[in-house]
Design a protein around this ligand. Structure first.
Ligand code: AMP
Ligand code: MG
Length: 401
């Protein structure tokens, strides 16, 4: 039944074998590094915290001085965060605040809730445990630890971690330049009136938005008319400026499908019919120095094929170490009695009881399904789903990482 169709995994393998990581690395401020891909592992040259310090506002004491509750000690010093105290004399306590270094000789902190200040003394109400409320030097990061691995897309907390070990700049791969154009004489931009027979260019928004979300420098060439010359011109222009060219539409076998001959004329092309739904036609090739991926025009198909094929290709080009999406084993709260003979990516939503609901129509022209859904259920070919079955769930939040 699927003769002549390529499986998703076969296509992915060929695609990924053709992806080259960008060579250029730039050193950027850690403040601007969120969303960028780290090019080299970062090892710490220091301990974090750099010194033993207090985890609480309270009093630093010597355990030997506090053998029983209600012990009264002279408060000999006051240590704020950022200050360095003196050695704690036997028989005395130090008023201390969160983050302040532990003075020499102290071996526990008593939180202030268990202390009563009394003039220049303090009554310690509770016998502390050894080391209580002391954060040890190096308990977060030890000198020499690799705290960030190469190929990670940096999150805000990663840049905070880099800053905690004193790194104000980070080496990242340069942004991938991703070119987009949209074939189809029927397309009109929203904001313009819609003449009879025409439709709005919704794919521009979906694909441009996804490329931006993945941290690309997007070159958007807009709508390209359905002629061979216009398609070739757009390709040539994009090839000089982009690492990856992604197009929508014009890859089926209709009369007005000029993507295939245009790529063949300007470069080289593999045309695939893929055993997936939505999806099916996909083009992959090269034009000059650029990789080329041609997506189908159907709005849901172009969205899904971007996530399934362009995403891993792009991630590898960006230098990401993990390109396979993390999938979750989730419970189907729906029946899917008549599966397709192709692998399906169903639009599903995570419900409040932790199961998945199915959008009422899985038609590949119904973009509403993608806005409603929280992700895709990856259903093998010919595989019926019954309520309660486990399915492979690809949440959008994971796909967008
Ligand atoms: P094609 O792949 O060019 O044969 O297009 C398949 C279907 O997707 C047709 O119904 C097109 O009108 C529609 N389509 C193509 N490009 C877009 C686009 N940029 N935005 C919305 N729909 C599109
Ligand atoms: Mg078309």
């Amino acid at each position: 039944m699927n003769k002549g169709l390529l499986s998703v995994d076969e296509a992915l393998e060929v695609l990924l074998a053709g992806a080259r990581t960008v060579a250029e690395i730039e050193q950027v401020s850690a403040l601007a590094a969120s969303g960028r891909v780290l090019a080299r592992a970062q090892a710490s040259t220091m301990d974090v915290p750099p010194m033993d310090n207090s985890a609480m506002d309270g009093y630093a004491v010597r355990l030997a001085d506090v053998q029983s509750p209600e012990t009264r000690l002279r408060v000999a010093q006051r240590i704020q965060a950022g200050a360095v105290g003196k050695t704690l004399e036997p028989g005395s306590a130090a008023r201390i605040f969160t983050g302040a270094p532990i003075p020499q000789g102290a071996d526990a902190i008593v939180m202030q809730e268990f202390c009563a200040a009394d003039g220049d003394a303090v009554v310690i109400r509770k016998v502390p445990k050894p080391g209580e409320w002391i954060r040890r030097a190096g308990s977060d990061v030890r000198k020499g630890d690799v705290v960030l691995s190469a190929g990670k897309r940096l999150l805000p907390q990663d840049t905070g971690l880099a800053a905690s070990i004193g790194f104000g700049t980070l080496p990242v791969y340069r942004r991938v330049r991703l070119g987009l154009f949209f074939t189809g004489d029927e397309l009109v931009m929203p904001g313009d009136p819609l003449p009879p027979g025409r439709i709005y260019n919704s794919n521009r928004f979906t694909l441009n938005g996804m490329a931006t979300a993945f941290g690309c420098e997007v070159r958007d060439y807009g709508i390209v008319p359905d002629t061979l010359d216009a398609t070739r011109d757009a390709l040539r222009r994009a090839a000089g400026e982009c690492d990856i060219i992604v197009t929508s539409g014009g890859v089926s076998v209709g009369d007005a499908d000029y993507v295939k001959p245009a790529v063949e004329a300007e470069g080289s092309l593999l045309m695939w019919k893929i055993a997936m739904k939505p999806g099916r036609p996909l083009a992959f090739g090269r034009v000059g120095e650029s990789a080329f991926i041609g997506l189908p025009g159907n709005p849901v198909s172009s969205f899904v094929t971007f996530l399934i094929f362009v995403r891993p290709f792009l991630l590898k080009t960006q230098g990401r170490s993990e390109v396979a999406p993390r999938a979750i084993d989730a419970r189907a709260d729906f029946d899917w009695p008549e599966p397709d003979s192709r692998r399906e990516f169903l639009r599903v939503k995570w419900n409040l009881s932790g199961g998945l609901d199915l959008y009422s129509t899985q038609d590949s022209a119904v973009l509403t399904s993608t806005a409603w859904a929280d992700g895709l259920a990856d259903n093998p070919a010919n595989h019926a789903i019954r309520k309660g079955d486990r399915v492979r769930f690809l949440p959008f939040v994971e796909l967008y990482r």
